[in-house]
Design a binder for this molecule. Structure first.
Ligand SMILES: [Zn+2]
Length: 249
């Protein structure tokens, strides 16, 4: 039988800790929050895996354009506590990825696919930078880890490997539908702010829609990890219309 007397101070502290982790905010800051340093550290580890898996492409034809556009998009990005790094991967699939902490990857195959269209590339790079600006990885890890810690006592090293595996999943599989739409919206905004034509986003999605059935092998990854192209196209069209209206007044 459990009596009040058998509940120790330690139990109470543990109970309170669980409650805080689940619901607690101290001074507006969540108790379990991923610091920028942790985000960068996670990003570095996942990036090393990505580079090992695909290999880095240093060909100037690809790399110079990605560095040039990446620099301008990074300057337009409102989040300044991370350094954005852009790497071209030796991969034929039409894809780009963002690791936490500002590490952005663009596949060679994406540049070939859009035929080096700078505006379309500015949108896709802006989309990836948008994931970092909105702290999508950090936010999703914070949410997952709160539940994890609340249900079990885990060691620091278990905590880190769990966070790393969550980060890895997001880099390879995307950030979920709502975050992908939000990243599209950042893509349009950042491309526009950096001086590119946001219509590049429309050209990109129109081409994808047209080719969805034709080239399934090169596009398979992209479509399995992102929301339906038609919805994304409609959303960016509406957003660009608004941009146009605001620019005229
Ligand atoms: Zn994305």
């Amino acid at each position: 039988m459990i009596t009040i007397a058998s509940i120790t101070t330690k139990d109470i502290v543990a109970g309170l800790l669980v409650l805080f982790l689940l619901f607690g905010k101290v001074g507006g800051k969540s108790l379990l929050s991923i610091s920028t340093e942790q985000e960068i550290e996670l990003g570095k580890e996942v990036s090393a895996e990505v580079e090992k898996q695909y290999g880095v492409c240093k060909e100037p034809k690809y790399n110079d354009l990605v560095q040039e556009i990446g620099k301008r998009i990074a300057e337009a990005a409102p989040r300044k506590d991370v350094k954005y790094e852009f790497t071209v991967l030796n991969a034929d699939e039409v894809n780009a990825m963002a690791a936490p902490g500002g590490f952005i990857f663009v596949n060679k195959g994406l540049l070939d696919y859009i035929n080096f269209d700078k505006d379309a590339l500015a949108f896709t790079i802006g989309h990836e930078v948008g994931h970092v600006v909105a702290r999508h990885a950090a936010r999703m890890i914070e949410k997952e880890m709160k539940t994890e810690i609340a249900i079990a006592v885990i060691s620091k090293s278990e905590e880190w490997s769990k966070m790393l595996s969550l980060a890895r999943d997001m880099v390879f599989l995307g950030y979920g539908r709502d975050n992908e739409y939000e990243a599209d919206s950042w893509g349009v905004r950042l491309a526009y702010k950096a001086g590119y034509d946001p219509q590049g986003a429309i050209r990109f999605f129109q081409k994808l829609l047209k080719d969805e059935k034709g080239q399934p092998s090169k596009l398979a990854v992209f479509f399995s990890t992102h929301p339906p192209t038609k919805d994304r196209l409609e959303r960016v069209e509406a957003q660009i219309k608004e941009l146009g209206k605001n620019a005229n007044h």
